[in-house]
Design a protein around this ligand. Sequence first.
Ligand code: PEP
Ligand code: MN
Length: 334
Amino acid sequence: MGAAATREQTEHVVARLQEAGVHARVARGREATVIGAIGERELLATLPLEGYPGVDQVLPILKPYKLVARELVPDPTVIEVNGRRIGDADFGLIAGPCSVEYREQTLETARVVAAAGATMLRGGAFKPRTSPYTFQGLGLEALEILREAGDETGLPVVTELMDPRHVEEVVGATDVIQIGARNSQNFLLLSEVGRADKPVLLKRGPSTSVEELLMAAEYVAKEGNERIILCERGIRTFETATRYTLDLGAVAALKKETHLPVIVDPSHAAGRRDLVLPLARAAAAVGADGIIVETHPQPEEALSDGPQQIPTSEFAEFADQVKAIVEVMGKRFG
Ligand code: PEP
Ligand code: MN
């Protein structure tokens, strides 16, 4: 719509699109209002869109993803969860243990990260483990512990949903639904969380491309849930010095392609705690909207991912070091 278009003119166009059976999504930006029309190309071609009052230009979205594309929503999306924000000037510091192991471990960790300025609490209840013989997570019991830790500290809780059979329990207990790297292209699960009324933290699979990640996000958005946080967590390469190769180039590329917030997981990418801080600082510097980090009171005794978890005793110092770069970028912990 042109800069001088009125609200009525925008609504008129939306009504005409809907009458024609086309999905219309309005994005009111700082500079222009964009109406995204998603439907059959032939149907759209029959509408005299250019002729409607207030319409400035009619352009095809050439990218295969639409709802998550910056072309459709020019301003950055900010996702707010219980008063905490991720996106634009707000940097999310999501921290907590890899797995919820027992009540005290999670409560203690939650208190430490909250005091250090974390903006959300992470913790795995259902764990996607490479080996079926290792700890698989406490499951439903962990959801209760996480809820208690979230309520006590006031931090929104992030936990992974692995199985469509647990949608009700996980969506009910958590504030943000995590879709893990291994389920990045589990399209049925993506559609399922697209119908939930909680934000989704969608991780990039170790071998999915930037475009594939955006298409996965499109599956969620298509069902109506556009509160999506994308997460780069390292991809599979020939390199063995780190557990995965953190693809910061993808973060920069994603920031160009999408209006959604993009965060980084330096813990799973590094696989070793001595590299978590430098990768976290690099993530902030490349323009990520946040990080998700693992920390544990006694990493040497952790039931999963011990080598990469930062001891909680070092977490406040870690958060301060990251904050310095966040501030250089003109942002603050949301
Ligand atoms: C996690 O965050 O707990 C996790 C298992 O990460 P990923 O899905 O990126 O491996
Ligand atoms: Mn982990």
